[in-house]
Design a protein. Structure first.
Length: 397
């Protein structure tokens, strides 16, 4: 429930000064732009403050191993917005559920060198799309729909700055975006998943037409896009997944040249040799462990590995496989790790290209949507059980 209360009246001296300045500027002693600036300031001072009851998902403790629903709780707080705060209050509509968040939840992780850790009981920042409820800046107005780093919560407050990526994607939550795409696309194919897939494949993997590309976890949020992008680039593409239904999806809907169920392969090296008799040129890595070991053994000379994720190792269940580094040396293989924010300067460029591909029917978008904030823990845990297909999202409204 949203509670409104009137803001305290601005001091009389502030009002007199503002009115006085407006009078002087209106007679020609200043610029018209400053008149509007003072008008906006005056109007903001007169707006009511706002309080909302905000539910948010938090961890109960640091998580080691595979996450379960019991590792999380839904808490409440009062979020306060004031007209002089410079902040924007957003009611979240879609939340992104991403496996990398597990590393932030650990007591210790190499990920903490690049992204903030998540402490038990605290709000969890996450990519999301939401509707502006109240705004203390001219860049956003109530009703605008934005996408960016918000949180696993009903409402998020943010303060606009050059360092904050929060583009407006629609004029209203009641309709698709300005280009006719569903709002959910802005946290999947037109969000961090698309940026990771496009940047990782083309900036890191650098495929050339006719080359052979292998994608692990190919039915996931990133892998399902990578395979389609590689096909557009003219490559031969094979993906792996963990069920027959997912394998069928890759071949029948997403256009992969071939795909296999890795759970049915007792020897991954032999399996990849069977699917790539002439070797692998580009490997888009989402799994790690034995999969990486097998892929490196089948890479061609000057092969490239785009290391997007190693989900098999997030929970400590990677199997202890150690890649043969002699393969890397003598085949002169390039292995580069990366994450979505590396490509932030090209975000708009990537999105424009991907949007065109969607319109042209070259890219199919697969989204797996759960409903309600309470479903966030189960949606997150499902990622590590292989139960999602495509991009996992939670819809709040």
């Amino acid at each position: 429930m949203t509670k409104l209360r009137r803001a305290a009246s601005p001091p009389a001296a502030v009002l007199r000064a503002s009115v006085s300045n407006l009078g002087l500027l209106a007679t020609g002693s200043g610029s018209l732009g400053l008149v509007f600036c003072h008008c906006s300031l005056l109007l903001l001072l007169l707006l009511p403050s706002m309080e909302v009851v905000n539910r948010y998902v938090a961890t109960r403790h640091h998580i080691e191993g595979a996450p379960t629903e019991a590792d999380f709780e839904v808490k409440e707080e009062t979020a306060r917005w004031a007209p002089d705060s410079g902040e924007v209050l957003v009611r979240n509509l879609y939340l992104s559920i991403d496996p990398y968040q597990l590393n932030r939840m650990k007591r210790s992780s190499a990920s903490h060198l690049a992204v903030d850790s998540i402490l038990p009981g605290q709000r969890i920042a996450a990519y999301a799309a939401g509707e502006v409820v109240a705004s203390a800046c001219e860049e956003y107005k109530a009703g605008d729909v934005v996408a960016g780093v918000l949180g696993w919560e009903d409402y998020t407050l943010f303060k606009p700055s050059p360092a904050v990526l929060m583009p407006k994607v629609a004029d209203s939550a009641a309709a698709d975006d300005d280009a006719g795409f569903p709002l959910s696309h802005h946290i999947s194919v037109l969000g961090t998943s698309g940026m990771t897939a496009y940047g990782g494949l083309f900036e890191v993997g650098k495929p050339v037409k006719g080359e052979k590309v292998f994608v692990s976890a190919a039915s996931g949020s990133v892998g399902s896009l990578v395979g389609q992008f590689a096909k557009i680039a003219g490559c031969y593409v094979v993906g792996c997944a963990g069920t027959k239904a997912k394998v069928d999806l890759l071949k029948d809907k997403l256009g992969f040249d071939d795909a296999f169920n890795y759970k049915e392969e007792p020897d991954l090296k032999s399996a990849l040799k069977r699917y790539f008799p002439d070797g692998i040129d580009v490997y888009f890595e989402n799994v790690g462990g034995e999969m990486l070991e097998a892929a490196l053994a089948n890479m061609n000379t000057y092969g490239r590995v785009a290391l997007s994720g190693v989900i098999a190792e997030y929970t400590g269940g990677g199997g202890g496989a150690v890649p043969d580094l002699l393969d890397v040396i003598y085949k002169r293989i390039t292995i580069r790790g990366f994450f979505a924010w590396d490509f932030l300067p090209k975000f708009a460029e990537f999105n424009a290209i991907i949007a065109d591909w969607i319109r042209e029917g070259k890219v199919k978008v697969v989204e797996d949507v759960s409903d309600g904030l309470e479903s966030v823990p189960s949606a997150f845990a499902a990622l590590f059980r292989g139960q999602n297909v495509g991009k996992k999202l939670v819809k709040l409204a």
